[in-house]
Design a protein around this ligand. Structure first.
Ligand code: ARG
Length: 594
């Protein structure tokens, strides 16, 4: 289905041509001044320069050649205003039939990629054995939405959690476990070679694991010998020492199960649970090739790839591939991950949703990957960098005691506050309150994050985010629930919203709502092109506001005229579908009552 602007553009372009001007001046866009008109064409102002004629004259000629009709219905009215703008308002019949057509498609006519792409999204990025903290929230929330957005326009998309499961943190945990329980079989001199011979049960619980890591990490900072032992353990693990591999498997099992539980609570789902450890086998060959073809060279003992380019505004240091002791590092793993992803999935694009403080890092890695020919020219590498989630004091979000806040704690706190609000509400049955509170809380957290441009820092303000009024998730849900309950009442008296036909809008409020809905497809497409979920939030907020204005001005179920009432119900049903599809892409859903 064509965008409403492009239907209008086609007609205006023909009119420019018929008047003897270049068709390109006929482009129509949404009005910057919705108080004056709905759409506008400013082409006469640019044409004036080329044709040395007053814009007002050109616009006048064009208008007289406009044929704004299709099958007998007039689509719009156009008027020239000084110095040469063409203001356009669509007719009620046109907007109604446009929406009818859009509603006929179960997928609401969202534009689709002509040639669907294969896209891999690297998001979440949690580290094994460390509890998920709020720092990981943004990657999960933004990444999930970008994944759904890329899918909505027809692409084949894979989400990969890319676990941090291979670094020093593993050596630290092993070292601390050995300190506490040296008698465990994993540490024995004669530990079995075969991994099958180790106990099924892990020698720790997830709670212990989460306590062990910060403990070991703190200790390594003050105890040199301890740190050296942890590094050695890391090295032994990476070299394949069976006891350590067996222990690592146990750490992974518990940790991944816990992570899955947490991501499920966030309604975040990964297709791939791969991690840094998976790509280690690719490293030796990759490094050899880089050395052999001269992409990489030794500099002060370290193997590096120069990635500076002549146009760089600031210096981009070389990308290090191996440290001077021969050890691989974060960069090496990311490069090897690209090798594996190309081999297994051959995607058209890899999108990394990672803190923007890593943007220099990704510039280095992406350039190194191209220089080393790890990817073809037609595979795009994109870093969607996000800002910091701050507390009300403007500093990175912390617990009241000043520690790092666990994601679980944040979710629990918000749920607890929400359940009180939900219980006050007589529309929700007591037994549904818990589930409803969770649904509404999630909307508060996700919308609070996504409504800001990702690259910006934002303040996580619980009171503001959980309010039922204002630019919040709960307000959007409240609007959807309101629509659902009207439609439910209508259904009880035998009125089926889908049966109605949209009539030309009777009021300005109704038309404003219809114009919002007609924008849906273009908004989704623009959000996709910019990988910008905040655009969808802005759209959803405008639409909810316009719906609520319409609702307050209109007696819907009390409307005596049958055709008019049926048209209202149809409009409500389309509004509900558009809002629900939008929030589904954002990554949350609406309850039936709240
Ligand atoms: N685990 C990393 C961290 O906690 C994030 C990983 C991001 N993804 C990547 N391919 N580097 O900072």
């Amino acid at each position: 289905m064509q965008k409403i602007q492009s239907i209008l553009s086609d007609i205006m372009m023909a009119a420019f041509e018929d008047s003897g001007y270049d068709a390109k001046y006929g482009i129509v866009r949404l009005s910057d001044r919705p108080d004056l008109c709905e759409f506008q064409c400013n082409g006469a102002l640019s044409a004036a320069k080329q044709y040395h004629k007053a814009p007002f004259i050109i616009a006048g000629e064009v208008i007289s050649n406009v044929k704004p009709a299709e099958g007998g219905t007039s689509l719009f009215t156009a008027e020239v205003v000084k110095p040469g703008f063409i203001n356009i308002n669509v007719t009620g019949d046109f907007i109604a039939s446009y929406l009818e057509e859009m509603a006929e498609d179960a997928a609401l006519s969202i534009p689709q990629e002509e040639v669907p792409k294969k896209i891999l999204i690297d998001y979440g990025g949690p580290n094994v054995a460390k509890p998920l903290h709020v720092g990981h929230l943004r990657s999960a929330v933004i990444g999930e939405s970008i994944k759904r957005l890329c899918r909505a326009v027809g692409n084949e998309v894979l989400g990969d959690v890319h676990l941090g499961d291979w670094g020093l943190q593993m050596g630290l945990i092993i070292t601390e476990l050995k300190e506490r329980s040296p008698e465990l079989i994993y540490f024995a001199e004669d530990a079995p070679e075969s991994l099958d011979e180790y106990p099924k049960e892990a020698p720790f619980t997830i709670g212990e694991l989460e306590e062990i890591y910060p403990f070991a990490s703190a200790k390594s900072k003050v105890d040199e010998g301890y740190k050296a032992r942890a590094m050695e353990a890391t090295h032994d693990l990476q070299a394949g020492r069976p006891g350590y591999r067996a222990l690592w498997n146990k750490i992974m099992e518990l940790s991944v199960a816990d992570l899955k539980k947490n991501y499920e609570r966030l309604d975040v789902a990964f297709d791939l649970w791969k991690g840094e450890s998976d790509v280690q086998p690719y490293i030796p060959q990759m490094v050899e090739k880089m050395k052999a073809d001269g992409t990489a060279h030794y500099d002060q003992g370290a193997l590096v790839i120069d990635v500076a380019e002549p146009d760089d505004k600031k210096a981009i240091p070389p990308c290090m591939v191996l440290k001077s002791d021969g050890a691989s590092l974060y960069n090496t793993t990311d490069l090897a991950t690209i090798v594996e992803r190309m081999k297994l999935y051959n995607p058209d694009a890899i999108i990394y949703v990672v803190d923007k403080r890593q943007s220099l890092y990704f510039t280095q890695v992406f350039r190194a990957a191209r220089k080393a020919n790890l990817i073809g020219d037609d595979t795009k590498l994109v870093h969607v960098g996000f800002g910091t989630m701050n507390g009300k004091d403007g500093k990175p979000f912390k617990t009241r005691e000043g520690g790092v806040m666990r994601l679980e704690t944040l979710l629990d706190d918000i749920n607890e506050g929400m359940i009180g609000k939900i219980r006050e509400n007589r529309n929700v049955r007591a037994e549904d309150a818990g589930k409803t509170a969770e649904t509404v809380s999630l909307s508060a957290i996700k919308y609070g994050d996504l409504s800001n441009q990702a690259a910006k820092d934002y303040v996580f303000d619980t009171d503001k985010f959980t309010a039922f009024e204002g630019n919040t998730g709960p307000y959007i849900l409240y609007t959807i629930v309101r629509i659902k309950s009207i439609l439910e009442k209508a259904a009880e008296s035998g009125q089926d919203a889908e049966m109605g036909r949209l009539l030309s809008p009777g009021t300005a409020e109704e038309k404003a709502l219809m114009l919002d809905l007609a924008r849906f497809g273009s908004v989704i497409w623009e959000a996709y092109e910019e990988l910008a979920p905040h655009r969808i939030c802005a759209f959803v907020y405008d639409t909810a506001n316009d719906f609520n204005r319409f609702y307050h001005e209109t007696k819907i179920l009390g409307e005596p005229d049958d055709a008019r009432r049926a048209s209202y119900l149809k409009l409500l049903s389309i509004t509900q579908r558009v809002l629900e599809k939008s929030i589904d892409i954002l990554g949350f859903e609406a309850p039936d009552h709240m």
